[in-house]
Design a protein around this ligand. Structure first.
Ligand code: GLY
Ligand code: MN
Ligand code: MN
Length: 440
């Protein structure tokens, strides 16, 4: 991906906001390649902030965005891996310093090897450095060394920056509200994810193993041009459905069990995040279906409730009420709905939150409590709605046919002026539709 007018526009917006907050320079490290073992690396994934601001998808180095002021325009400086014929034969193309300028909009670019020597000079006079301290100790050390170097030369007239700010307070506010290019990628991720979930329902019959269903899902992701899953694919058969962060393992799917699939395709860095729960036999048992209907109803009402002004906590509290009504109705919780909400008794079955932001990261950037108050949704934000109920396998108070049954239903919802648009609507979730998708 090369940088284009989209990234240039983002940088203008960020620089303008930086100027409003004191100006200076924003330093965004690129991700490093990580060794898996010996000289073999994990698949590379660019740092999301860096990718959002530059579109540059190579490891190492950093981007420096100078906010500019009345007399100087905003300016991008990049440190990148230089062109290297030998290394490119082994590991692939590099844009190099020439490409950083020609393709990615940098005013100047330097080889990574010059970073330590040049960084003090670049920070000299910046006033404010926007840098995420505590994210990567190596970068903390580099920035600290540059500041130390400037301080040691203060009598020569250098201007040591006096403020350190978190880039997130500008960048993450921007990332929270998706632009048209971002929504196009999320829609593509949603379409691919739809195909993958249908494949999972079709293929997830008795005798299959979780990893085989995972393979169907990730085959669909890659075949349609996604880079792969945007987070570890969950295929949870039987009682594994109650393990919130389970990954696809080797358990056998069995008739009578449910299979919970939480999987989303990543497309140019943007991920979908969708959960469906289907019956391995192709038909929900009576008790399973009753539990499923409670979750589905809360999920649909939750999506209906998405609109500008509703807070993330407000949405969660409503979903908690609907789920608790269902739990009391099913006899899984004693007493009244208000009592079980007040004493948080519902947490025995619903122990996670309802929504998170979605975008480049599955748990996307953005402050959930600006000014310590729950964030109000606004047009352009994308949130998940993902209620679930999980009946532990050893829950002796629950009917035997529900023990070890976890149900989660999760969709990705774009907040619009009018309310919400469910980007993952196409994936079946009505019990009859799910059963029809489970071709047996
Ligand atoms: N798949 C992670 C989540 O649903 O939040
Ligand atoms: Mn989620
Ligand atoms: Mn999920």
């Amino acid at each position: 991906m090369s940088s284009d007018s989209t990234h240039a526009r983002r940088r203008e917006t960020v620089a303008a906001e930086m100027r409003r907050q004191g100006g200076g320079v924003m330093l965004l490290p690129a991700a490093e390649e990580r060794i898996r073992n010996a000289d073999n690396e994990y698949p590379f994934r660019q740092d999301s902030d860096h990718l959002w601001l530059t579109g540059f998808d190579e490891p190492q180095g950093c981007a420096l965005l100078f906010a500019g002021d009345g007399s100087a325009p905003a300016r991008l400086v990049m440190f990148v891996r230089p062109r290297d014929r030998e290394k490119e034969i082994w590991n692939g193309f590099r844009a190099g310093v020439e490409g950083a300028v020609a393709e990615y909009g940098a005013a100047e670019a330097f080889p990574v090897a010059e970073l330590e020597q040049r960084l003090p000079g670049l920070l000299d006079g910046a006033g404010t450095v926007w840098f995420r301290l505590g994210h990567d100790p190596a970068w903390d050390g580099r920035v600290a060394a540059a500041l130390r170097d400037l301080r040691s030369r203060v009598r020569t007239g250098v201007q040591v920056p006096t403020a350190l700010l978190d880039p997130g307070r500008v960048l993450h506010e921007q990332r929270l509200v998706k632009g048209p290019e971002e929504l196009a990628l999320l829609r593509k991720a949603a379409a691919i994810t739809a195909e993958a979930h249908l494949a999972a329902m079709r293929d997830g019959l008795a005798g299959r193993r979780e990893y085989q269903v995972q393979a169907e899902i990730e085959y669909a992701f890659r075949r349609r041009g996604g880079s792969g899953p945007g987070y570890g694919t969950i295929v949870a058969a039987g009682a594994h459905s109650c393990v919130l962060h389970y990954r696809a393992g080797d358990a056998v799917l069995k008739d009578g069990d449910v299979c919970l699939v939480d999987a989303g395709a990543e497309v140019q860095g943007y991920t979908a995040d969708v959960t469906r729960t289907f019956p391995v036999s192709g038909s929900f048992g009576k008790a399973q279906r009753a539990l499923y209907e409670v979750v589905l109803s809360a999920e649909k009402r939750g999506i209906e409730a998405v609109r500008p002004g509703v807070t993330v906590d407000g949405l969660h509290d409503q979903v908690v009420r609907w789920l608790t009504e269902g739990l009391v109705g099913l006899g899984l919780l004693p007493g009244s709905v208000d009592e079980r909400i007040a004493d948080k008794g519902y947490r025995k079955y619903y122990m996670h939150r309802t929504s998170h932001f979605l975008g480049l990261d599955v748990h996307d950037a953005g402050d959930y409590y600006p000014g310590r108050r729950s964030r109000a949704l606004a047009p352009g934000m994308v949130v998940t709605v993902e209620p679930g109920l999980y009946v532990a396998a050893d829950d002796e108070g629950a009917p035997p046919e529900l023990r070890g049954v976890g149900v989660r239903i999760e969709d990705d919802v774009l907040v619009t002026e009018a309310g919400g648009e469910n980007l993952t609507e196409a994936i079946p979730k009505e019990p009859g539709d799910v059963e029809n998708a489970c071709v047996r």
